[in-house]
Design a protein around this ligand. Structure first.
Ligand SMILES: [Zn+2]
Length: 334
């Protein structure tokens, strides 16, 4: 069934240039040169290692982390030249690099949703019934896909035209040690500090555009870059970052650590970390939250009444300060 789902979602032309494929390119979101700095024998751990440390599926080769195949190799090398070059991270990332990262994030998101839609379709074919669950899920997928297409157009324009002011660097921290985590994705925050709302993730109106926060944690050869950015016309994060910038670097890292662990399954951990870390209860607790976050967007009917309170309470950034921070110097690889 999975195979049928995948074949339903397979492309025969490049997502960017639309030329028919001679061959697919295996595109990565987190650059390989970043993952290599935390890998052991070419492997890294997924967040599921915190839920079940014995599970072999929690370890993945860096060639298979967060990959997608919708671009031709010409576009893959042409559009992302700047951000996939390790030389470009000796300083604060430029607007050009931010646009390339945003473009990659949304192509990857789009590819994933199309794949999920194909899988949902084949499940519907398989069960022979058009149940409410499948049709609701399909509506949400369609909405997400159209949002990602708009975000993609915005980012592609910025990259093609060389506009460096389309994204705003909200936070940038350079660390003189190598952190044991790698991350690159866009996440949609529902809540900042206290109960301050940012996005209403239950709003399924096509007119409501969710504003995404891009976060990158890039461990390099002997240092690390941690940064966060939004579109320059996204205003919902304004007071969140105002508060975040008032904190000291240690606390800002606690918040970034918390945000990526609580919101994404696409964060990767170094097997060089002490095994005790993977049994840490505060990390297990925060990693389990990704299961809650998928509820409002994927299964909206579950959450109609109690959803908002649950999300605000579960995800408020105040929890960051009780969570072990893997970005602190204590966990540095070197
Ligand atoms: Zn192409």
């Amino acid at each position: 069934m999975r195979r049928e789902g995948e074949s339903l979602s397979k492309r025969d032309s490049c997502f960017i240039c639309k030329k028919p494929f001679a061959s697919f390119c295996n595109s990565h979101t987190i650059p390989q040169f970043v993952l290599r700095n935390i890998a052991v024998d070419g492997n890294v751990h997924r967040p599921s290692i915190f839920l079940n440390p014995q599970d072999r599926q929690s370890t993945v080769g860096i060639k298979g982390t967060n990959t997608f195949r919708v671009l031709c190799s010409d576009c893959d090398s042409r559009y992302f030249k700047g951000y996939e070059n390790p030389e470009r991270y000796s300083n604060v990332p430029t607007g050009e690099i931010l646009a390339q990262i945003a473009l990659k994030n949304f192509i990857s998101r789009h590819a994933k949703r199309i794949k999920q839609q194909g899988l949902a379709q084949s499940m519907m074919n398989y069960s022979g019934a058009s149940s409410r669950i499948f049709s609701d899920t399909e509506d949400v997928h369609k909405l997400d896909i159209s949002e990602y297409e708009q975000q993609y157009e915005y980012a592609r324009n910025a990259v093609e035209k060389g506009w460096s002011d389309r994204y705003y660097l909200q936070l940038s921290i350079q660390l003189d040690y190598v952190v044991p985590i790698a991350f690159q994705d866009a996440i949609a925050l529902a809540v900042g500090f206290d109960q301050c709302k940012i996005n209403d993730l239950r709003n399924l109106s096509p007119k409501y555009r969710v504003q995404e926060l891009h976060i990158c944690i890039f461990p390099l050869k002997s240092n690390s870059q941690v940064f966060a950015f939004t579109r320059n016309d996204d205003k919902r994060y304004r007071s969140f970052f105002k508060e975040l910038r008032l904190l000291d670097t240690k606390e800002q890292l606690q918040v970034i650590n918390y945000l990526v662990l609580a919101h994404s399954e696409e964060v990767f951990f170094s097997p060089k970390l002490d095994n005790k870390v993977f049994g840490n209860p505060s990390l297990k607790d925060v990693v389990s939250k990704t299961m809650v976050i998928d509820v409002p967007s994927t299964y909206p009917w579950i959450n109609q009444e109690t959803g908002e309170e649950l999300v605000l309470e579960a995800f408020t950034c105040n929890h960051a300060f009780q969570t072990t921070c893997l970005l602190s110097a204590e966990f540095a690889l070197h």
